[in-house]
Write a protein that binds this ligand. Structure first.
Ligand code: SAM
Length: 276
């Protein structure tokens, strides 16, 4: 039993995935939608007071009539605010549940159920947004794929706005293990289950939150990876794909860049001219 439990929580290889879907699992997606819609918490989405402030700041970056794509839009907490203030908006997410909710709240925007690592737009948008540190959840290869696809989706001069967890988040991230029991089901499973959790630090500022869910009928596991960035590291990664750094902030509400912030927001630009 000791060896079996230790194996379940063993430190996996960098960026290993488990094959158990997290964002698109039907049960988890229901709980995730509730978390998105909780106005108070910074969980699946940030708290809604922050989102209102953040959406208003992002909206100030481009005039009415701009074509904007929000990838990983969740239930549309940003997209519907963008649409209300005069942008032409497309929201993309691979969670059917989130997109169904987004559509129910916002008839003006176009919503697409799709993996953003497979999107194939060509020079269609003035701005692409990826909000709440999802860039860092991708492997290096996936980040490169995304940068290529966002580049293609943007018009020359177009902007890519994204946020990531910073060195401050990395410094405060502690390795730990814990367990919980949920006799009547919970977030991870509708069945009674035990939940084992381990957090690990990896080289190159990578963190892992691993969750193993044990029910009477089996075991599922979920690896949530996160890479932390300095603004310089993120700009260098994007520069390899032709992006120019346009501006750096502490967060997606436009707070000035700061060494004390847990997040960093970068606005990248696809240059106008031969490279763009
Ligand atoms: C942390 S939530 C953030 C939602 C939204 N950006 C916000 O701030 O309210 C991440 C979202 O990205 C979506 N997502 C993650 N990976 C994706 C992918 N490869 N393609 C499309 N959507 C993805 C998830 O389904 C989820 O809705």
């Amino acid at each position: 039993m000791y060896a079996a439990l230790n194996t379940l929580l063993a430190r996996p290889a960098l960026y290993a995935r488990t094959g158990d879907a997290f964002w698109t699992d039907p049960h988890i997606s229901q709980g995730m939608l509730d978390a998105h819609l909780n106005p108070e918490t910074d969980a699946a989405s940030r708290n809604h007071a922050f989102i209102a402030r953040s959406a208003a700041w992002i909206r100030s970056l481009l005039p009415a009539g701009a074509d904007v794509l929000d990838i990983g839009c969740g239930p549309g907490l940003y997209t519907r605010r963008f649409a209300q203030s005069g942008w032409r908006v497309t929201g993309m997410d691979f969670s059917e549940w989130s997109i169904a909710y987004a559509r129910s709240q916002d008839a003006a925007s176009r919503y697409v159920v799709q993996d953003y690592l497979q999107m194939a737009y060509e020079a269609a948008f003035d701005l692409v947004t990826l909000i709440w540190c999802d860039y860092g959840a991708l492997t290096l290869q996936e980040r490169h794929e995304l940068l290529k696809r966002v580049w293609r989706a943007l018009r020359p001069g177009g902007l890519f706005l994204l946020d990531v967890f910073s060195e401050v988040f990395w410094a405060g991230f502690a390795e730990r293990t814990s367990w919980e029991r949920h006799d009547h089901g919970g977030f991870w499973s509708p069945k009674p289950h035990l939940c084992l959790q381990a957090s690990y630090r990896y080289p190159e500022r990578v963190t892992l939150d691993r969750t193993v869910v044990l029910t009477a009928s089996g075991t599922r596991s979920y690896n949530i990876w996160n890479t932390c960035f300095t603004a310089e590291r993120l700009l260098a990664e994007a520069a390899r794909f032709g992006f120019a750094g346009q501006a750096i902030y502490a967060d997606v509400a436009g707070a000035p860049a700061s060494d004390a912030s847990e997040t960093c927001c970068v606005i990248l630009q696809k240059p106008v001219g031969p490279g763009g």
